[in-house]
Write a protein that binds this ligand. Structure first.
Ligand code: RBF
Length: 218
């Protein structure tokens, strides 16, 4: 029997270049096995699209309910960080500018993860896109319904309010097996597919397109 399906995402029309992008991943820690697989798949695919490891910033929150707040605050924080680090052409001294241009400190501190590196190749620009990752699995109370609703609406609000694309990386599964299969970890002869990979592609695509749209290139 054919298992062909009409569902799903076809490959993008062009390969988008993530080499100038700074991407935020915020993930919940609930349902850790699923989350770890989704985040790994997402990071690997971001790198395949050219995003530099040092420009992938990973932050965590306890559960999915915390994702909208953390995503919004981190996007705002990256905009503050960007303006604090921008060289001032009016007030800054020439020697500061020269130092900035000639600085060759590209070494991360020992034990530092790429995302917290102070390497000068790491961007301090505002995030080009955010990927908010969580996994909700239905239990016996109404928590699932309320959290799914709040997180979905919250993340949509964050992207529309900030103008920064926020990718909806939240699995809303009715069973453990549904969640495992959507993280590429299925255990019933069907490994499924790691949706974290798709979220990475969506982030790079939206970041690239949004940057062009902002310049009036439609
Ligand atoms: N967070 C998740 O990310 N996934 C879940 O499946 C999940 N289930 C929850 C079930 C219950 C009964 C409770 C109380 C919380 C759950 N949370 C879950 C945590 C939630 O997103 C949040 O971290 C806490 O409610 C604290 O705000």
């Amino acid at each position: 029997m054919s298992d062909a399906t009409i569902k799903g995402l076809p490959p993008p029309p062009v390969k988008y270049d993530g080499s100038n992008q700074r991407i935020l991943i915020v993930h919940a820690r609930w349902n850790d096995t699923i989350i770890q697989a989704l985040v790994s798949g997402c990071v690997a695919k971001l790198k395949e699209q050219g995003v530099k490891e040092e420009n992938i910033v990973i932050k965590t929150v306890p559960g999915s309910y915390e994702l909208p707040f953390a995503t919004q605050r981190l996007i705002a924080g990256s905009q503050t960080q960007s303006s604090v680090n921008a060289p001032s052409l009016l007030g800054g001294s020439t020697s500061n500018l020269v130092n900035l241009l000639t600085s060759d400190d590209t070494t991360a501190q020992p034990g530092q993860s790429p995302s917290t590196s102070t390497s000068s190749t790491a961007s301090t620009g505002p995030f080009s896109a955010a990927i908010s990752i969580g996994c909700l699995i239905k239990g016996s109370t109404m928590h699932f319904e309320y959290i799914c609703d709040a997180v979905t609406n919250g993340l949509m609000r964050v992207q529309l309010d900030t103008g920064v694309p926020v990718i909806f990386g939240v699995l809303t599964a009715l069973t453990d097996d549904q969640a495992l299969e959507r993280a590429g970890l299925g255990r019933k002869g069907n490994k499924g597919h790691n949706h974290g990979e798709d979220w990475a592609l969506a982030a790079v695509e939206l970041a690239a397109q949004s940057a062009e749209w902002s310049k009036g290139n439609i």
